[in-house]
Ligand binder design. Structure first.
Ligand SMILES: NC(=O)c1ccc[n+]([C@@H]2O[C@H](COP(=O)([O-])OP(=O)(O)OC[C@H]3O[C@@H](n4cnc5c(N)ncnc54)[C@H](OP(=O)(O)O)[C@@H]3O)[C@@H](O)[C@H]2O)c1
Length: 329
């Protein structure tokens, strides 16, 4: 089969389309013919090993341990191991393979069945592949860490990217009043996905306008953690998803310390793939309450371009890889 492979850390230039062995499913595994994958900042971090921590956390100290990237996939079941109970050949599925070494930028991937859920019936493979990592991170940040409640005033900073476009829509399904923060060119997009208020970060600093929020999800951009704290209403919660390294450091390490005194909680979320939340998302997607926003689509052979584009930090929604079979090398 064809796959996008990397043998050294580096820029997208190190990614090559290669012919490699098609995986054989183990007893508990499902072999999926990948129709689409999506690109996440996670892939970028594993590719570049820009955070040294990536290497220590199992990426491989000098060289990548897993040589194929691509967490999010959607495709059709090609074969099942003898212990697989939930799926049969031909089922259309989607999921996040990151807990099992990724490998979605390929024509086939073999993963344990608990990675997968039936694909939402109303979505194309590309739309389904856009969902898992970004949507589950947004969901877990808002619901599990952020304790979102109907009537809350919720602010999403970085509302126009992969995670942000899901976060705005998910927050609306909880009956909240959502403020989206994005740049001028994305204001209309933010309104179209349900934001009640939109703040253009190039013109206004939301931490200084006197508004207070019950929940702030910080997806992209930078503000000092003290400014986020000031923008919280009493008993408000601030959750960091991503952004600049100092943003992440402050949110994940200083945040819990700053939460010891006072009634505001500051912390972060690390998205955890799981079937229950994928099913939760499938129901929202099938009900039409959430629509994946796709910025660009690239064929498998152009995965390096897709990563370069994502790496510029200005994607509008998700960047998707369409995995046609018989890719030319
Ligand atoms: N914690 C986790 O488990 C987890 C999971 C997934 C992702 N992440 C992290 O979350 C972050 C976002 O991921 P993503 O997939 O949403 O990224 P993305 O799709 O690349 O985000 C791009 C968006 O960010 C916006 N943006 C850039 N600078 C901004 C600023 N100063 N203020 C507000 N918005 C700004 C851009 O809007 P403009 O073009 O208008 O500037 C663009 O729409 C990344 O750091 C990623 O590593 C964490």
């Amino acid at each position: 089969m064809k796959a996008i492979v990397y043998h050294n850390y580096g820029s997208p230039d190190v990614l090559k389309l290669e012919e490699i062995q098609k995986p054989t499913p183990k007893d508990n595994e499902v072999l999926v013919k990948v129709h689409a994958a999506s690109v996440n900042a996670y892939d970028w971090h594993l590719l570049s090993a820009d955070f040294f921590l990536v290497r220590l956390m199992g990426g491989g100290l000098l060289k990548p341990k897993n040589t194929i990237l691509g967490a999010d996939i959607a495709g059709r079941v090609e074969a099942v191991g003898k212990d697989v109970k939930q799926f049969k050949v031909g089922d259309e599925v989607y999921g996040d393979t990151s807990a099992y070494g990724n490998a979605g930028f390929a024509e086939y991937v073999s993963v344990p069945e608990n990675v997968l859920v039936w694909k939402p019936t109303n979505l194309s493979f590309e739309e389904a592949a856009a969902v898992p990592m970004a949507a589950l991170t947004a969901l877990q940040g808002l619901r599990d860490e952020g304790k979102i409640q109907p009537g809350h005033k919720v602010l999403i900073n970085g509302a126009s990217g992969g995670v942000g476009t899901f976060a705005v829509q998910i927050a609306k399904t909880f009956g909240t009043e959502v403020t989206a923060v994005c740049s001028t060119r994305n204001m209309e997009l933010a309104r179209s996905i349900g934001a009640d208020h939109v703040i253009d970060y190039t013109k206004e600093n939301f931490t200084q306008n006197g508004q207070r929020y019950n929940l702030i999800l910080a997806v992209n951009g930078y503000h000092p953690i003290s400014a986020y704290k000031r923008a919280l209403a009493p008993q408000g919660i601030y959750i960091i998803v991503g952004g600049s390294p100092s943003q992440i450091f402050q949110g994940m390490l200083l945040g819990p310390m700053m939460s010891i005194s006072g009634d505001k909680k500051m912390g972060g979320v690390i998205g955890k793939p799981n079937q229950k939340d994928l099913i939760f998302m499938k129901e929202l997607l099938e009900a039409g309450k959430i629509v994946p926003i796709i910025d660009k689509r690239y064929p498998l052979s152009e995965t390096p371009e897709a990563l370069r584009y994502l790496g510029q930090g200005h994607a509008r929604g998700k960047v998707v890889i369409t995995v046609e079979q018989n890719n030319n090398i």
